[in-house]
Every structure is written in C-alpha cells, then in structure tokens.
Design a protein around this ligand. Structure first.
Ligand SMILES: CC(C)(COP(=O)(O)OP(=O)(O)OC[C@H]1O[C@@H](n2cnc3c(N)ncnc32)[C@H](O)[C@@H]1OP(=O)(O)O)[C@@H](O)C(=O)NCCC(=O)NCCS
Length: 177
C-alpha cells in the first residue's frame, strides 16, 4: 500500500532528467535523448514515413503528452542528426503506460524498439512502478510479437478501441522487476 502511495505521489513530482548519450545498436551509432516540443515537426514527419502518410498522433497529442503533469519519459533516437525512432511512457499510480513507439521503416528489425522498451522499463523501475502496460492493434502482428518477446502478456481485448477502422486493441501488461 505504501509502495502504491509513493508511486502515485512520484507521478506528480521530480521529473527526472534523462542524460543524452551515444548508443551502438546492431553496429550503428545513434544518439538517444529526451524529446522536446521543438521536435514535434520532425516527429510528425517520422510518423508519416512510418504510417504511410498518416499521423496517428497529431501535434496536439504530442504537446499534451510532453507538457503533461504526470511523470513521463519521451525519448528519440537520432541517426546522423535525423530522428529515426521514438518512444513515450507516462506514469499513472504504479503503472508506466507506453503511449507510443515507432521506428522508421529503414531502421526496423535492428533492435531499436527493443532498446527503447528497455529504457522505458528502467524508467518504470526508477519510478517504483509495479507494472508496464500498453495497447496494440489486434492486426499489428509485428508489434504484438515484439511485446510478447519483451515479456508483455495479453490481459484483455478492448472492443472498438481505435476510432480509425473501429479496430479492437489488445491490452498487454508486464511486471516491473
Ligand atoms: C513495431 C516496431 C516499433 C518494432 O520496431 P523494431 O525496431 O523493428 O523492433 P526490433 O528491431 O527491436 O524487433 C523487431 C524484430 O527484429 C529482430 N531484430 C532485432 N535486432 C536485429 C538484428 N540486429 N538483426 C536482425 N534482426 C533483428 C527482432 O528479433 C525482432 O524479430 P521478430 O520480428 O522475429 O520478433 C516497428 O515495426 C514500427 O515502428 N512499426 C510501426 C509503428 C507501430 O506499429 N508501432 C507500435 C504501435 S503499438
């Protein structure tokens, strides 16, 4: 109970500072750093490249998340100064919810998303969360496989969760260890 209370309290306090650093993933050197509101234009462009011209998260969604009073961590991955991937996680009580993750098609299948999930897991641990959670489209086979491999378990199916296409979502959870 005390742990739950501490986590809930920490959700509103001491926003941590993620230290930018170089990271080698599958033989390529990237820079990993926190996202700022100045990056939104580039993130929208990345979304278009990932989602065939569409932006599932409009500018307003990025702004809301980046300015949220809930403790959160939004990271991007740069290759030669260009954003090629990003991830976001937000703490709510004792759960760290993964809100978004995307990797540029040219950079997929080289371990970037797996690395980003680990960074969010480490954040969840530091925030004393007990679980990590996320939603994924039922049809998103690649993402579901990645999450299962990373230790997430399907908990329930959320009917018509996505407005676009009225598609169901799978709600997945992993315990923080
Ligand atoms: C889902 C998504 C985020 C995965 O990103 P990714 O960076 O390709 O993921 P990873 O590279 O960590 O893992 C993907 C696969 O590559 C494999 N892989 C990782 N490193 C590798 C390497 N060096 N060489 C070869 N394969 C590798 C992984 O084992 C995994 O294999 P699998 O598909 O057989 O399970 C990406 O496909 C994407 O952006 N999709 C569109 C947006 C989206 O659907 N987001 C999720 C919304 S819930």
């Amino acid at each position: 109970m005390l742990k739950r209370f501490r986590s809930a309290f920490s959700a509103f306090h001491h926003k941590e500072h993620y230290i930018s650093h170089e990271q080698e993933i599958a033989g390529k050197k990237y820079v990993i750093r926190e996202i700022s509101t100045d990056d939104i234009k580039d993130l929208l462009q990345l979304e278009r490249e990932v989602y065939a011209g569409e932006t599932p998260w409009p500018r307003s969604a990025f702004l809301t998340e980046l300015c949220s009073r809930y403790n959160h961590l939004y990271l991007c991955v740069l290759y030669q100064n260009k954003i090629v991937a990003f991830v976001g996680g937000r703490v709510f009580f004792d759960d760290a919810h993964i809100t978004h993750i995307a990797v540029h098609p040219d950079f997929q299948k080289s371990g970037i998303a797996s690395f980003l999930l680990q960074e969010i897991e480490a954040f969840a641990y530091r925030q004393r969360c007990q679980t990590l959670s996320l939603e994924v489209r039922i049809s998103n086979i690649d993402a579901k496989r990645l999450y299962r491999k990373s230790g997430y378990e399907a908990k329930k199916r959320l009917a018509n969760y996505y407005r676009k296409g009225n598609e169901d979502a799978l709600y997945m959870v992993k315990r923080v260890e």
